[in-house]
Design a protein around this ligand. Sequence first.
Ligand SMILES: *Cc1c(COP(=O)(O)O)cnc(C)c1O
Length: 397
Amino acid sequence: MMEQYIREAESVLLHTYNRYPVVFDHGEGVHLYDIEGKKYLDFVSGIGVFALGYKNEAYNDALKAQIDKILHTSNYYYNMPAIQAARELCRVSGMDRVFFTNSGAEAVEGALKAARKHAYLKDGKADHEIIALNHSFHGRTFGALSVTGTPKYREAFGPMIGNIKFADMNDLQSVKSQITEKTCAIIMETIQGEGGIHPATEEFLKGVRALCDENGLLLILDEIQCGMGRSGYMFAWQEYGVKPDIMTVAKAVGCGVPVGAFLMTEEVGQSSLVAGDHGTTYGGNPFATAAVCEVLRQFEERNIPDHVKEVGEYLFEKLEEIKAADNRITAHRGKGLIQGLEFNAPVAPVIQKSLDNGLVLINAGSNIIRFLPPLVITKEDVDEMLVILKEALKAEI
Ligand SMILES: *Cc1c(COP(=O)(O)O)cnc(C)c1O
């Protein structure tokens, strides 16, 4: 049955993904079920989206209630869920101003526009440079793609937006060497996700903040994957007390409803985008922001960051043991519930074998298995995952 649907999918969907051969039907807690009823333990959560687990009753009820009230108005009017979601996002992040988007890439687009406008208002020039990092991932639209540090994603689509320079993660000197009098901002993920789970060191992040302060640059932190509790902190930069000028969020901020946002300090808010500079039809509509409100409510009620710290440390210890016992594993990185095991060969056979045995895992680059479970996962779930992973590691790679 499943094969037939997959064949049909491949005849109607544009082939922009090499999909795993499974058609998911529904979820419950940290488990997914395919259309044939087979159960899977989910260690991907839709790439860090479904943080609070599937079939979350309070979340579903909040959305149903909002559907019965109103789904959409327009950004030319105010709506209550957007006001509350913005207030709560500011409260948990310490940022001051929010612009809601429909996706992560759009949040990055807005952040880049705000940074360039901020610089434009200072010197009246429109030739400002932005520094991004190698191996970064910021999304697939032109602005976001232009600051994405993986050349193969950009290659066929040139020219990119101009005046972007690249430096290396955790190499302050390489960032410093790219700064010119035209530089207006540095954009980076606090923990690189797609690029292979590379956390910024405390020294590097503090160094980049200092470079920004010394040179009058804005620091844009992309927290789309590593934010919303995933690192064991609400936002990964909070571990080091280094505050960005602009921050992007998406993925888990809606837990399944497509929504993102870029946030900024009052200083940037007062001196960047104004009426007419930026907009969106759907962004911040009452349905999407009702989801954000309920997500933030549950994060607080369930103290998600502390839970992630505890289970994340347990996962870290266990993956260290796996690494010590397998000489194909060359590195183990990450924190909280964003971790990766790097192998000396492509990991697709291990992921496929896991899937066969009821465990959903994903790669980050061809040689890295990425662990990005729902944030409500327990130590018992980690143990269940390890049994299947160990079996799958018998696969030849
Ligand atoms: C997923 C991701 C994006 C892009 O988000 P979309 O919603 O897919 O546009 C941007 N930055 C980071 C760090 C991401 O992980």
